[in-house]
Design a protein around this ligand. Sequence first.
Ligand SMILES: [Zn+2]
Length: 159
Amino acid sequence: MKKIILLTLISLFFSCNSSAQKNETKETFPVTKTDAEWKAQLTKEQYYILREAGTERPFSSPLNKNYEKGVYHCAACNTPLFKSEHKFDSGTGWPSFDRVIEGNVAFGTDTKIGYTRDEEHCATCGGHLGHVFNDGPKETTGKRHCINGDALKLVASKE
Ligand SMILES: [Zn+2]
């Protein structure tokens, strides 16, 4: 009887272990921090968007109507994500871009709970940014990347 219990415990241990490893490979990003570390680094608003996939109130971000030249970086890990030349006024109340900086933005998959294919996040740290829609400017890409200003910081170009 004792042997059976022991065997059950061993198999439980191994099955837990292998599923934990699977999750890790799916969600590993070059920059990885604990929730406590992100909380210490980010403002409450940034943490809510980037780490909890929240959405800021429309028209609340000072970046919404900002058309200064520069590059929009991830507020968490400083990866350049969007260029000001691709920003447009969508009227939605969120900073909107017709394209991303290729390779630096990743998209959600159906397999990740709560994330759909239109979800987008920073490819470096996994921070949630916003969503992409197909009602962007027709004369360019037709895409509207609807991004939370709290997930971004504008690094103005010097000209
Ligand atoms: Zn990032």
